[in-house]
Design a protein around this ligand. Structure first.
Ligand code: AHR
Length: 506
């Protein structure tokens, strides 16, 4: 007699959506709070390299395994003059940043940040200011970053000591331009027209770039849907991607709804795909606009009083969320949602990379440490390769206040035919153990190499000392339950990752 729930997940190497783009596992560094200053960059810190960037943070970024970094904002970009951040440091202005009401010292700008990203193998994704600036400033930044020499801006870069172009391929046309909080917010028609013109000019500078138009700031925006279709009607000929942003949190102890965040993300993504495809059909495009999910995470936004009440300050803490193991389980499940839409979501950026709302935290002058959310991200970036498999999940549903009826188990899987590696992610959203039969009989060979799990506890947010104890632990895998099946029992409110070798050794 057991009170375990039961579920089944079936996978087949031939039933897939194509490859997961490696840019799906990106991150985000914004000039916000302590993300840049005393986050990635802290001259004088014992671990700082000659350029002032912290080597202890860089080591954790490598371990986290992210592939891409969006920069410099976020809301920050809508008031940013990128020319403030280049040239001799002693001449750079201290500017009032209206997004976060802080003083931006401009000691880090594109010529410091982009080499740092390159040193870590991170593809840069630059955002241009379409809030308080426009076409001219955006095109000038592409010229500064990407042209070799012989023009005013490329020669300015060379004079600033950067002889080779930075070669930035991916560009965001502004940030959250539908948000009332955005400096220089626009309506959909206005933004779509501006994005089209800015994108056109930027491409005239460098035809090789890719462009991301702003989608809605969240699924809850009143203009969601209308915004996407209007922006794509106006700028769809020029852009390659439409952006999505989403933050999740537990509201008023409603754990059931919070654990269903992945299902909510699924619905949001599917809504944006439907809207983009409707515009494409109406316009008879041969091209397809894909998705850049360039801000996502757990963020306790309800605890943030709003920028307008913050005293003007240099980069202080502002927002610094400390995460629980429950938050980490939800982050793992959100990664499943992204992988399950890998045919259309090509770019992802966890917001953010260091401090603020991030898997890596730092102490000024002190240690860098891993938050609970670090662990599922690092596990997925290390293992999820190759095709995104279509998973067939049979599980009971449970009722949630915010997201309706949702399956108690979610799953995502990848298979890399080149290496013969398969990875399966499983979330148990139920408040009791769930025994999952993973049916992989369609693979000619299956050898489970490891199965690890993270179960949410009731301890709440973990500070630095408590976070050190968070780790994925071994999950027993029973290969004898039935032919072609691996049986796993997931603890309540848990996230698991299983890795297998699926090709016979030669
Ligand atoms: O990531 C933090 C902020 O969230 C970003 O600046 C903004 O784009 C979003 O609202």
């Amino acid at each position: 007699m057991t009170d375990n729930a039961v579920a089944a997940v079936t996978i087949d190497p031939d039933h897939h959506r194509g490859p997961v783009d490696e840019r799906l596992f990106g991150s985000f560094v914004e000039h916000m709070g302590r993300c840049v200053y005393t986050g990635v960059y802290e001259p004088g810190h014992p671990a700082a390299a000659g350029d002032g960037f912290r080597t202890d943070v860089a080591a954790l970024v490598r371990e986290l395994g992210v592939t891409l970094v969006r920069y410099p904002g976020g809301n920050f970009v809508s008031g940013y003059d990128w020319t403030d951040g280049v040239g001799p440091r002693e001449k750079r202005p201290r500017r009032l940043d209206l997004a976060w009401r802080s003083i931006e010292t401009n000691q880090v700008g594109v010529d410091e940040f982009l080499p740092w990203a390159a040193s870590l193998g991170l593809e840069p994704m630059m955002a241009v200011n379409l809030g308080t600036a426009g076409v001219r400033e955006a095109a000038a930044l592409v010229e500064y970053c990407n042209l070799a020499e012989g023009t005013a801006w490329s020669d300015r870069r060379r004079a600033n000591g950067v002889p080779k172009p930075h070669g930035v391929k991916l560009w965001c046309l502004g940030n959250e331009m539908d948000g009332p909080w955005q400096t220089g917010r626009k309506d959909a028609e206005e933004y779509g027209a501006l994005a089209a013109e800015a994108g056109k000019a930027m491409r005239l500078v460098d035809p090789g770039i890719e462009l991301v138009a702003c989608g809605s700031s969240s699924h809850d925006m009143p203009t969601f849907g209308y915004w996407e279709s209007t922006v794509l009607e106006k700028a769809g000929d020029v852009v390659d991607y439409i952006s999505m942003h989403a933050y999740y949190q537990e509201h008023d102890g409603d754990r059931d709804s919070f654990l269903a965040s992945g299902a909510s993300m699924d619905a949001f993504i599917e809504g944006v795909i439907a809207t983009a495809d409707a515009v494409a059909a109406r316009r008879r495009w041969r091209k397809r606009v894909d998705i850049s999910f360039d801000e996502w995470n757990v963020w306790y936004q309800s605890r943030f009083p709003g920028s307008e009440v913050l005293p003007i300050d240099t980069a202080g803490p502002r927002i610094e969320d400390v995460y629980s193991t429950l938050d980490a389980v939800v982050v793992g499940d959100l990664l499943s949602s992204l992988i399950n839409h890998a045919d259309r979501v090509k770019i992802g950026a966890l917001a953010q990379l260091v401090n603020v709302i991030a898997p890596i935290m730092t102490e000024p002058g002190g240690e860098a440490w891993r938050q609970a959310t670090f662990h599922p991200i690092a596990a997925v970036t290390a293992a999820a390769r190759g095709n995104s498999l279509v998973t067939r999940v049979t599980a009971v549903q449970y009722a949630t206040r915010r997201h309706g009826d949702v399956p108690t188990v979610s799953a995502a899987a990848t298979h890399d035919p080149a290496t013969g590696a398969a990875t399966v992610l499983l979330t148990n959203r139920a408040d009791r153990p769930t025994t999952v039969d993973l049916r992989h009989g369609a693979f000619e060979h299956w050898e489970t190499r490891s199965a690890r799990v993270l179960a949410a506890d009731d301890e709440g947010p973990r500070d630095k000392a408590a976070s050190a104890a968070v780790a994925l632990t071994r999950l027993p895998a029973d290969e004898t339950a039935a032919p072609g099946t691996t049986r796993l029992t997931l603890p309540p409110h848990s996230w698991a990752i299983l890795q297998a070798a699926v090709r016979r050794p030669d």
